[in-house]
Design a protein around this ligand. Structure first.
Ligand code: PM9
Length: 462
């Protein structure tokens, strides 16, 4: 059989119509900029950044169709046409019955947490996410990690490191009592584990357990299409299914969802809550008026909802997702071949450097991942993000740092933004920092905000 060359390649299924010029800086300028930013890449000005791998959130390039959709914004306060397009897209591609827009993912998390969590409740999930856990805690709940142990080991190459340890979950339910568990918080493409997928088999087992104990599953579907691609590539029985079909099957195993449309759905702003239960929907629709806006705009402009509707359809296209994940894997492979310690397997939305192994001479208390992100920026102007002890925050009860096993720097790849040559420059820069790693010293934290400290904390060089 002749190999289909086009289908085999991860080459981008689009061409470039407009470009944004980047500024090249000198090392001296970058040293000054990161010092002024308190060695926190979140506090850099984007004009001082060459290749921006801080996040894949809201940083995607929209298509010409999405931009033209923006021109059809119906900016009515209530009942905007764009809301109905957006609602149709969510129903068609994800299959949930009811949807309420929110300004972004955490807006949806706030409402779900307020609505479902009572003080003292436990919320089991497949690894914490920063904003999700904070909203659970603010509502009086406590997150319990029931992800498989492999997820906490950067070297373990198990293909579905987003899976839940079903035994751990059942033990927790029995010890806590199902009545104290408002829902299972299940993410697809688990961010903090390195963008690692959950398998369909595990999701089916979760559905079985949830039904047995009469507990809901709330799906963090921020990167569901990326997860679906891994299922198509790696799980038996799915190679002939489209990403779109797999996405719908994943959603069908859950009762509701929170979404940050800024990732998978290829837009710069937006999110939503999706639910199958009418009574819950009614309550959420009422709460959204308090925190986000009327239930037909939820903090978004009409044009934003139109862009989401079109972005959802583009995001589940097989060619799109193969190129998106192909590019991330390309960078991952360059780094692996250069002997750089990274989280394996390479995940969906970025390559995660293992800072504990990159800088083994630094204790976790001097913030190795924070330090490494600053050093990479100084080397080349590539902006990355800490995903380690700073992101993990403090234990709510003891006030001590949480010490996560994973001390990572995330090189997050925005969708449809950078080229293969950019990936090569990034890899060269990481290699150069790796070559000089022994002379790198850690940081001390000199300012620590109360909530989500990684966004605004400031550091000084030791
Ligand atoms: N994720 C990210 O860069 C942006 C902010 S945190 C640095 O990875 C999941 C799985 C996310 C996520 C955001 C949110 C919150 C919820 N769940 O940022 O509020 O990755 O739209 O979404 C970020 P919003």
């Amino acid at each position: 059989m002749k190999r289909d060359r086009v289908k085999h390649s991860w080459a981008e299924p689009y061409k470039i119509k407009m470009v944004e010029l980047l500024k090249m800086t000198t090392q001296e300028e970058r040293e000054n900029a990161i010092k002024e930013a308190g060695y926190n890449t979140f506090l850099l000005r984007s004009k001082d950044v060459y290749i921006d791998l801080l996040t894949d959130s809201g940083t995607s390039a929209m298509s010409d169709k999405q931009w033209s959709g923006m021109m059809l914004g119906d900016e009515a306060y209530a009942g905007s046409e764009n809301f109905y397009h957006f609602e149709e897209a969510v129903k068609e591609y994800y299959g949930y019955k009811y949807v309420i827009p929110t300004h972004q993912g955490r807006g949806a998390e706030n409402i779900i947490s307020r609505m479902l969590i009572k003080p003292g409740d436990i919320i089991p999930g497949n690894m914490y996410f920063t904003t999700t856990r904070l909203h659970q805690e603010l509502a009086g709940g406590k997150f319990a990690d029931v992800i498989i142990d492999e997820a906490h080991d950067p070297e373990n190459e198990f293909p579905f490191k987003g899976n839940v340890n079903i035994q751990k979950l059942e033990n927790l339910i029995k010890n806590t009592g199902a009545g104290r568990i408002p829902y299972l918080a299940i993410a697809t493409a688990v961010n903090m584990a390195g963008g690692q997928p959950i398998s369909m088999e595990n999701l089916k087992e979760l559905r079985y357990v949830a039904d047995k104990y009469n507990i809901r599953i709330i799906h963090d579907m921020t990167r569901v299409a990326e997860n679906a691609f891994f299922i198509q590539q790696k799980e038996s029985g799915y190679s002939d299914k489209s990403v779109s079909e797999i996405v719908k099957e994943i959603c069908s195993l859950t009762d509701g969802a929170t979404m940050s449309a800024k990732k998978d759905a290829l837009v710069n702003i937006g999110g939503f809550i999706a639910l199958n239960d009418y009574d819950l929907y009614e309550e959420a629709r009422n709460l959204v008026v308090v925190y986000e806006g009327l239930h037909t705009y939820g903090g978004l402009a009409g044009r934003d909802m139109e862009a989401i509707a079109l972005g959802i359809a583009e995001s589940v296209n097989d060619d799109h997702i193969r190129a998106r994940i192909g590019q991330v894997e390309f960078l991952g492979d360059l780094l692996i071949h250069a002997g750089i310690p990274v989280v394996k397997p390479i995940g969906g939305h970025g390559v995660f450097l293992n800072a504990k192994k990159f800088l083994p001479h630094l204790e976790q208390t001097v913030f190795p991942a924070q330090t490494l992100a600053a050093e990479i920026y100084i080397d080349s102007g590539v902006r990355s993000m800490e995903r380690g002890i700073v992101s993990a925050g403090r234990n709510k009860e003891t006030g001590e740092h949480n010490f996560p096993n994973l001390e990572l720097v995330r090189l997050t790849i925005p969708r449809r933004v950078y080229t293969q040559a950019h990936m090569e420059v990034i890899a060269e820069s990481i290699e150069s920092v790796y070559a000089g790693r022994e002379s790198i010293k850690g940081l001390k934290m000199v300012y620590e905000p109360k909530y989500l400290r990684f966004f605004q904390a400031r550091f000084e060089k030791l």
